[in-house]
Each structure stands twice: as C-alpha cells, then as structure tokens.
Design a protein around this ligand. Structure first.
Ligand SMILES: [Zn+2]
Ligand SMILES: [Zn+2]
Length: 284
C-alpha cells in the first residue's frame, strides 16, 4: 500500500485566509482598504482581492499578508488566478488562459462550479477535461445568497474518483457586508509571505473550511488521524462520496485498507459549518 498526501512536510504555522473577494474596483461595495481592515479584524492572516478581470494591488498591512489575484470572468466560466498580478486576455480559451497561469507560476482555482439555477456554471465534463488547474472551490459563501449550491463536494468527489488529483478550496467571494467572512483555507506555509502561502496552497498543504478549525491532520503508514476539538462529527469519505466511517466527536482516525483509491476527511460543527481535508491517495 502506498500513501501520497500533502500533509507530510513539516507544518509551519497554520495561516488562515480567503482568496476570493471583490472591491469597488469591480462589483464589490467595499474599497480595498475596507476589505483589508474587515478581514484583519477577524484575525485572518492573508487575503486576496480578486477583482473581475482587474488587478487590485495588495495593500501593505502589519498583520494581513496581501496575495495578488484576479478572477478571470469575461468570456467563459470564472476562475481564480492567484499569486501573480497578471490580467489575462479573456478572448483566449479557458484552456489557453490556464496554460498561461501555469507558465506564470500562478495558482489556478475553478470558481463556484454549482452556481446558477442549472447548477452548471462549470459543467462536470469541462472540469474533467480542462487543465492544468490546482483545484476547485468546494465551498463559495456568496452562492448561498444566489441560485445554485455553495458546496461542490459532489463535483470534487467525481473528479477525484476519476483520478484527477485536484485540491478543494473554500472562499467567500465577498461582494458586500454579509457575504462573510465565512469560507477560508488554513495553510501550512513555511513563511508569512505571499510566495510561501501560494506554494503551500498549490501543494495542497492546507484544508478548506466554512467555520470549523482542524488542529491536527496526521497520516502515518496505516492511518489518517484528525483532531478538530469543536467538531461534533467526523466523516472519512472515499470514491463518489461514500462515507467509510462516521466518528462521533472531533477526534478520530481511519485505518487504511489499501483499495480505497483516496480517502478525505470532513469535520462537522454547528449548523452547516464544516472543514474538509485534502485527499490521501491510497494505491496498491
Ligand atoms: Zn465568479
Ligand atoms: Zn467572484
């Protein structure tokens, strides 16, 4: 049995941040400075202002690391380009833009797959053939206020089950007060810099959350252990969303059998709040 996962490197300090916000430079109601103050006041460690097809330079702040980002929006389904100040030519195809983001060393995340009344902002067939990208939004807070579904765990499990090694991320897509702060990624970054945070996000050294904190994620040769003190239930999930094991409380472990393909963990808290780890790949 061979296990491959993003939690093996020595974890740096956990840093928490949101990569998807809009300012008055596109269709948001808060200025960049107001966004930075809002997220800093909630204890966030990093923030990306990802205006639609517009680069908003990160602002210097004593506690909040600014990560450069743009939401590629016109001309097709939306995606986040994180880590570079580049604005992409939206007359190009999404595949061409993803190729450019990869060439620029950026982090590419496909946004809100289940947005709109047909729940198909990104069609599953597109997600399956398109590349390269690092992952998809498995939670987008603003979709709770619009038609569609904020979560996209169903989409992610289908991709993972077909062997696409892509990560899950959670974001606010903040446009106006009330949209968050709610969705975030907690990252094991080596340093408190945009470069280090983006590298850890690209490597999947992070987990996604809509409000639940996971304190420890441990994988050894036999088991997958989670400690999330405030969670009331843990779930270990495999191909096509099948739950392998339910655990009452916030601490528990799963013993690998060797034939799962992948196993990921979920920690449930109050209401619909949850946290989602990245998958551990289990191969013979
Ligand atoms: Zn969008
Ligand atoms: Zn957006």
């Amino acid at each position: 049995m061979k296990l491959t996962h993003p939690y093996c490197r020595p974890a740096g300090p956990w840093l928490r941040g949101n990569l998807h916000t809009h300012s008055t430079n596109s269709d948001g109601t808060l200025t960049p400075a107001e966004l930075v103050e809002l997220y800093a006041s909630h204890g966030y460690d990093f923030l990306a202002i990802s205006d639609h097809d517009t680069f908003t330079p990160p602002l210097a702040h004593p506690t909040l690391v600014g990560v450069p980002a743009v939401e590629v929006s016109r001309g097709g389904s939306h995606l986040l380009s994180v880590g570079t100040p580049q604005v992409y030519d939206t007359s190009l195809t999404r595949a061409e833009i993803l190729g450019q983001i990869a060439a620029d060393g950026g982090l590419a995340i496909l946004a809100h797959p289940n947005w709109l009344a047909h729940y198909q902002h990104w069609e599953q067939a597109q997600l399956e053939v398109l590349g390269p990208y690092h992952g998809i939004e498995i939670f987008n807070s603003v979709i709770d206020f619009l038609e569609g579904e904020a979560h996209a765990l169903d989409r992610w499990d289908q991709l993972l089950s077909k062997g696409r090694r892509v990560w899950g991320y959670a974001h606010d897509d903040f446009h106006r007060p009330g949209n968050g702060p709610r969705g975030w990624n907690r990252v094991a970054a080596a340093e408190r810099t945009p470069e280090s945070i983006v590298a850890a996000l690209q490597a999947g050294s992070c987990y996604a959350s809509s409000g639940v904190f996971i304190e420890r994620i441990e994988v050894d040769e036999e088991s997958f252990r989670i400690v999330a003190p405030e969670a009331s239930e843990l779930r270990f999930v495999t191909r096509y969303g099948k739950v392998l094991q339910f655990v009452e409380g916030g601490s528990g472990s799963y013993t690998f059998q060797g034939n799962e393909g992948y196993v990921r963990a979920e920690a449930y808290g109050r209401g619909k709040q949850a946290a989602w780890t990245q998958p551990v790949w289990v191969t013979a």
